[in-house]
Design a protein around this ligand. Sequence first.
Ligand code: G3P
Length: 218
Amino acid sequence: MKFFIDTANLDQIREANDLGVLDGVTTNPSLMAKEGIKGVANQREHYLKICEIVEGDVSAEVIATDYEGMIREGEELAALHPQIVVKVPCIESGIKAIRYFTQKGIRTNCTLIFSVGQALLAAKAGATYVSPFVGRLDDISTDGIGLVAQIVEVYSTYDYNTQVLAASIRHTQHIIQCLEVGADVATCPLGAIKGLLKHPLTDSGLATFLADHKKVNG
Ligand code: G3P
């Protein structure tokens, strides 16, 4: 399973990349706004900075919601850097735009996926990735990981090439569950990625090893 980080924060992207386990980055308009990046030129420059830090795919989301606007914006984003994947919301104009981008060889991430039906349309349009939002489904007492599992199964049955990119991951358990159900990618906050390292027996075991070593070696 590939690991993406779900942030537009350059320090966090650097930290995850330095761990040596990062395969890409996803952003969205809320995450860009959180970093205070205003204006198209600054936003595009920011995407380029992200591409310089990581080697993998970097999702950049269109703001337009009409077909023509999405095409214009998506083509501009894709032209910025070969690592850019154009992120498009799962709405009618978005599905049409994904079909267009697919025919043009532009890679896409169909976002805001909350049902198998939406994932089916995105795959048929040729999306490179679909992003089911795990945490936001859990927030409304629905099984977010269950949706990831369903999409993985349906894509495998029908041999769709679209990769399942589990998004809205909130904690380490979500990541483990993504592994168990066969997600292709999990995009996670830095805290959840680093949380995988933590175990009290690792800490106490290491403390004992070091204490024993000191007893003999001083
Ligand atoms: O990139 C979209 C998604 O990961 C958002 O997560 O925590 O705002 O639901 P969250």
